[in-house]
Design a protein around this ligand. Sequence first.
Ligand code: PRX
Length: 632
Amino acid sequence: MIKRITSYDEYKYNYKKSIAEPDSFWGEVAEGFHWKEKWKQVHSGNFDAVNFKWFEGAKLNLSENCLDVHLKSNADKVAIIWEPNNPDEENRTLTYRQLHREVCKFSNVLKQLGIKKGDTVCIYMPMIPELAIVMLACARIGAIHSIVFGGFSAHSLSGRINDACCKLLITADGFYRGEKPVYLKNISDEALKNCDSIKNVIVFRRAMIDIDVVAGRDLFWDQLMLNASDEFTAESMDSEDPLLILYTSGSTGKPKGVEHTTAGYMVYAGFTFLNVFQYREHDVFWCTADIGWITGHSYVVYGPLLNGATTLMFEGIPSYPDWSRWWNIIDKYGVNIFYTAPTAIRSFEAQGSQHLNDAKLNTLRVLGSVGEPINEEAWKWYNEMIGKNNCPIVDTWWQTETGGILITSLAGITPTKPSFATLPFFGVEPVIVDNNGVILNDILAEGNLCIKHSWPGQARTIFKDHDLFLKTYFSNYRGLYFTGDGCRRNENGFYRITGRIDDVIKVSGHRIGTAEVENAINEHKDVVESAVVAIPHYIKGEAIIAFVICTKKINDEEKLGKEIIQIVSEIIGPIAKPEKVFVVSGLPKTRSGKIMRRILRKIAEGNPEQVGDLSTLLNPEVVEEIKAVFAN
Ligand code: PRX
């Protein structure tokens, strides 16, 4: 049984203990999981040497913890409820017994294709149960999975496959998002023109659309599974064996392959799921995130399954066939815990309440928010319209790198406050640091959010680039993990995340690096240089605005804008498309050549009077020109 905290007093007592005696605290939590061999040491290493490890010396298998351990008493409990994109298509459920069987079969398929412990496997799939089956099969045989979100382009897919040297790609023919087909296999074929490491492609036939088949390389899921044995003894993994790689954007142009290891990630995902959402035995849990993001990894698949929960997976989009779809799903399956992103909440808010007319929503007990700051208005709408003023909202702050939730309330147990993530989770010691690296010890503080000690779910490295890991997260403030977020602490010690303070943008909760978008824009033949900034957008949270300098005079700026948007979609994916593109003759730069994005942001936001001191600029005259472009 995973340790459960049930009162505010227990939270306070255990939080103190988790900070004062982390080894004893986490050792006790880890007892709730299944180990083939126990650890010799709970935790070692530190942020100076960037060599932290958890549960060293132990042997385990994550898929066994998600499946086999539940077979004795809960084999016929539903593990996954799957709701298809098209409401007229039949839904599916998989019990723990059925899921275990499919995972064992697919583990044998992987083994037959020569995939071994430590190999990397790329997954580019729709939100279907087979995606979870592949993840769990990889974990079962000890292969490292690297999931690429189905909205990424061929270029993004090939970049990720090459960086991780994946041997196998698992994809589908395609799927529908609402009425729009997404041709995953075609995109994969395009990507694989530039990938030498891939030996085979396994295709799951989901949309029944025509695809090209490369003989000798492409194999079909149904044929491979037909005769696969449903017995597979889970591989014995070391605690620190890599479990997964997930690419995420940062300040540099290239997305980073964040690497999580087995035992720490497992303990953290399982323990946070139970306690943050206060999951109860018969609850139906629905996290709307795509499994292509960390939220889907930890709280659609691993966290719920580690707890023997019923997790709902939805293939579609909130607006198809109409905006009542999500609420119908909640009522149809009696969802008790619902976890989504502020951008979705704001989209519903903007649609008006008529889509809620037929919704009962009376099974809901807990609501969650993740991915970006939630503004008070959206919080109130969520609370009143969905929670009927009767469900605690957990505003969960965390990151791809953190593996699980770090700052949050515990549903119904610790206090909540609109737009505050509130209090740290067990073992998490947030600190607010000023720009000089001084830790602000007063209770009221505002600055850069760092974390003082390691927690089990923390990423261990960037795949094959530990130096970059060190530089990105541990070099800004010595001995601290730097999150990249700004933060404020109030008189109650509650934390409010104010947003990214680096060159990362959050568009509809998706994490996008400005340099990545600029590199894509610069591929346009007429563009010499570009700069992108984020401006506030009520529904998306932030929107991307691009400034471009061109090689020649542009007569049709609208056409150029469209071409640039198209290029960004092709190179990264539609999620990174700029909202608007402005042609300018220069970009404000410091004497050392650094683009002053702050100035561009102020102008784009509509606050040109706040551009501040321009005396350090190499070319202050361009600021007036850019202001004029916006004034028109
Ligand atoms: O800026 C923070 C924001 O999302 C960033 C992490 O993005 P990603 O790695 O894609 O993971 C998202 C899902 C865990 C953070 O640095 N963020 C995430 N949750 C919140 C948030 N900002 C404010 N409040 C949150 N609850």
